[in-house]
Design a protein around this ligand. Structure first.
Ligand code: TTP
Ligand code: MG
Length: 356
């Protein structure tokens, strides 16, 4: 089945965030990076600064020379991370099939969202406008039938671009693409390509598989395929591995099972409350103890059914406690957590539903 993959990449990400947060910087050449004149490098530059030839990884010193009126700003990674999370939430509201590549770019597999009313392009445009509405920032998107083509496409009409590569235009685009723009071709490979007189996708296309494997080893085949529009469409999706946990540290080491289990029951109840708050159910329970000499031990168990109530969590925690606790060794900390969390699509039926 033909996949529809979108690659979304924020425009001049760090610089745009700085311009958004500080309106005085808007429309100006902003250069984000290390401000140390001798050792700093540029993380990124606003499009206004790029006109002067400033780009990522360039020494700050060079950027100063090229763009004397540039405004140099120190990066604020916490802020970028915050916005990155906001953007990720927007992606997740469209599909769970997402593969983030860095703070400012991700692949989305939107195959299942495409129908008669919604083309892949219109979905990409709608994601981009939603990002703009919620964060004030612009992005570019590329749409294709595999990952690396989507990534190439998103870079073709930056900033604020939306570009489709399909079977009708793929070879034309790849043939004229500078070799350094192929994902996976970094500076070193690019140099090697130049030595072989391979400057564009067409030059690469003209090489045989055996020539390329002789020069590039195992990567030869992948390069051969990349010149032809062939690449993987499988996303590496990070399933949420969130967990919810509570723990207590005692003010003295304890060894009395009754006492400890009372605490564990209490903690289970608190974990349940937070789980219910989120409207989620769990499939794994973990118990953690720390002994008096600071060794940590954990045990975990898959639940038979997804669980959420305090008594259910305690049921598993109780058994795990007896597995992990050495009768003769007092402990200073006990904790319980649940993980493998999901939102139930419908309420689980219980025996009471049948009685009624
Ligand atoms: P990119 O997406 O490569 O660049 P960009 O978003 O600044 O610009 P473009 O419009 O061309 O996509 O990288 C995203 C962020 O990662 C960038 O804003 C800053 C950071 N970064 C570095 O810190 N060092 C680097 O060498 C690069 C390339 C990026
Ligand atoms: Mg970017």
């Amino acid at each position: 089945m033909e996949r529809r993959i979108i690659h979304i990449d924020m425009d001049a990400f760090f610089a745009q965030v700085e311009q958004y947060d500080n309106p005085k910087l808007r429309g100006k050449p902003v250069i984000v990076g290390g401000r140390s004149f001798n050792r700093g490098v540029v993380a990124t530059a606003s499009y206004e600064a790029r006109k002067f030839g400033v780009h990522s990884a360039m020494p700050t010193k060079t950027a100063h020379k090229l763009c004397p009126e540039g405004i140099f700003v120190h990066p604020r990674f916490e802020r970028y991370k915050e916005i990155s999370n906001q953007i990720k939430e927007i992606f997740l509201s469209y599909t769970e099939e997402i593969e983030p590549l860095s703070l400012d770019e991700a692949y989305l597999d939107i195959t299942n969202l495409v129908d008669r009313q919604n083309s892949a392009r219109s979905i990409a445009l709608s994601i981009q406008s939603e990002i703009f509405e919620k964060t004030g920032l612009t992005s570019s998107s590329g749409i294709s039938y595999n990952k690396y083509l989507a990534k190439i496409a998103s870079g073709m009409n930056k900033p604020r671009g939306t570009t489709v590569i399909d079977y009708s235009n793929v070879l034309e685009i790849l043939h004229q693409l500078p070799i350094g723009k192929f994902p996976g071709v970094g500076k070193v490979t690019e140099e090697k390509m130049f030595e072989l007189d391979i400057k564009t996708g067409k030059d690469l296309y003209d090489k045989s598989m055996s020539e390329l494997t002789a020069i590039f080893g195992k990567r030869g085949a992948s390069l051969y395929n990349k010149a032809r529009g062939i690449g993987t469409n499988e996303l590496t999706v990070q399933r949420e591995r969130k967990s919810i946990g509570k723990e207590t540290t005692f003010n003295y080491d304890r060894n009395d099972d009754q006492e400890i289990l009372l605490v564990l029951e209490n903690l289970s109840e608190k974990v349940s409350e937070r789980l219910l708050d989120k409207g989620m159910v769990a499939n794994v329970v973990t118990v953690k103890i720390k002994t008096g000499d600071f060794e940590t031990h954990t045990r975990q168990m898959m639940t038979v059914d997804p669980i959420s109530s305090g008594p259910e969590i305690y049921h598993y925690a109780y058994n795990l406690y007896h597995e992990v606790k050495d009768q003769d060794v007092p402990i200073r900390l006990i904790g319980v957590s649940v993980s493998n969390l999901t939102k139930p699509l419908y309420r689980n039926l219980t025996i009471y539903d049948f009685i009624l």
